[in-house]
Design a protein around this ligand. Structure first.
Ligand code: BGC
Length: 334
């Protein structure tokens, strides 16, 4: 009789342990660079929302633009025993060290939005960044088919900045070759700082006696800096300026006619795809179909690239508002 109870008790313990290990919550380490640009908080929130829906926990870290701190944060996430890592690198090169540590610990890694170079990445989820640059340049060339162009590019530590530039040059090259367009200034802005863009615009205006046909700008934050310099010369709205991210202030500037366009990237889609892929990788299941592979210097990395959308005065309602990214009530329509 006693033995029988002992047997049932043991059975109960064994069953409980088996089940609890099966239902153990997955933990995703999410290492972010910054919250400076409006989008990044949305990335984090949507990512956590989707992970929670799928029963996973997220430990989120942000390094505020400090690449060394970011690597330390990743080491810490590895020590905490996360099941998978998702990294938005501050520096697309130095973050490889963090990826190497994760891989040594048997943890899979996704590069989110920005590529991580020269390492054994498992997946890259982002937008078609070269296409972002193409959309920006196409709009400006349509508005200013000839003259002096300024190129205000992103941070040189961010691989995306080079992809945007590649897209810009794809459109500009034939016009430069034919002599229609001259690039009078091309500069990368440290840490994507708007103040850098402001100073560069001031310099270029002075050097060229305000004779600038268009300013090709990589994102909305930088566009804000450029437009401030233009405003000081009463040139805002007279010189086409591009942007990216569909930030609230930028969409308002587009409506007001001082910024020609922005690029809307559906962040919810990206964050959801990132969370879903992280969980699939942690469970050794196949991820959603990737669109292509991209060489990161070490290997052909499977890449899931979503499509960016050009936004100008005419399609604000059909794009960012229709998608719920910005509420109509947040904007002053003209
Ligand atoms: C992102 C942009 C963002 C920029 C600055 C880029 O890597 O793709 O959306 O504006 O970083 O944070």
């Amino acid at each position: 009789m006693k033995n029988k109870w002992l047997f049932y008790a043991l059975l109960l313990i064994v069953t409980y342990n088996c089940n609890s290990s099966k239902t153990k919550k997955l933990t995703i380490g999410l290492a972010m660079d910054t919250y400076t640009e409006e989008r990044w908080k949305k990335d984090g929130q949507f990512f956590e929302e989707r992970a929670a829906q799928l029963g996973a926990t997220v430990i989120r870290q942000v390094c505020n633009g400090n690449e060394q701190l970011q690597n330390e944060q990743v080491e810490n996430l590895i020590t905490q025993g996360v099941d998978v890592l998702v990294i938005v690198p501050h520096n697309s090169k130095t973050a490889a060290k963090a990826v190497n540590s994760a891989k040594e610990a048997g943890i899979k890694v996704i590069a989110y939005d920005r590529m991580i170079k020269d390492c054994d990445l498992d997946l890259y989820v982002s937008f078609d960044n070269e296409q972002v640059g193409v959309l920006q340049a196409q709009t400006l060339v349509g508005l200013a088919p000839k003259g002096n162009y300024m190129l205000v590019e992103g941070s040189a530590t961010d691989e995306n900045a080079f992809l945007y530039n590649k897209g810009h040059m794809q459109i500009l090259k034939p016009l430069i070759d034919s002599g229609h367009i001259t690039i009078v200034m091309e500069q990368y802005c440290k840490d994507w700082l708007p103040i850098e863009a402001y100073k560069q615009t001031q310099n270029a205006l002075t050097k060229n006696n305000n004779n600038i046909a268009a300013i090709l700008v990589a994102n909305d934050g930088l566009a804000g800096g450029c437009i401030q310099a233009l405003t000081e010369q009463q040139l805002a709205g007279k010189i086409p300026v591009s942007g990216q991210d569909a930030e609230l202030a930028a969409v308002q500037r587009v409506i007001d006619g001082v910024q020609s366009m922005t690029v809307y990237k559906p962040i919810k889609q990206l964050a959801y795809a990132g969370a879903e892929a992280a969980i699939a990788l942690a469970e050794n299941k196949p991820t959603a179909a990737t669109t292509r592979t991209i060489n990161n210097g070490k290997k052909e990395v499977s890449a899931l690239l979503l499509a960016p959308v050009a936004v100008d005065k005419n399609n604000v309602k059909q794009t960012v508002i229709a998608d719920g990214y910005i509420k109509a009530t947040e904007l002053k329509m003209q």
